[in-house]
Unconditional design. Structure first.
Length: 52
């Protein structure tokens, strides 16, 4: 299992930043989250294939 990231705390810190900075950083973190989710899905698929 992937370890839990503190995205909520991170987003709360971002809210205090300037609008442009906030937009850039949220876009970056969103890409990271999507990537992490796809990696996790691949891990699940691999484990399912190994079991069957």
């Amino acid at each position: 299992m992937l370890n839990r990231r503190r995205t909520t705390r991170f987003k709360r810190n971002i809210r205090n930043a300037s609008p442009n900075r906030r937009r850039i950083t949220l876009k970056n973190i969103h890409k990271k989250i999507l990537h992490r989710r796809s990696q996790y899905a691949m891990m699940l698929l691999d484990s399912c294939a190994a079991q069957s």
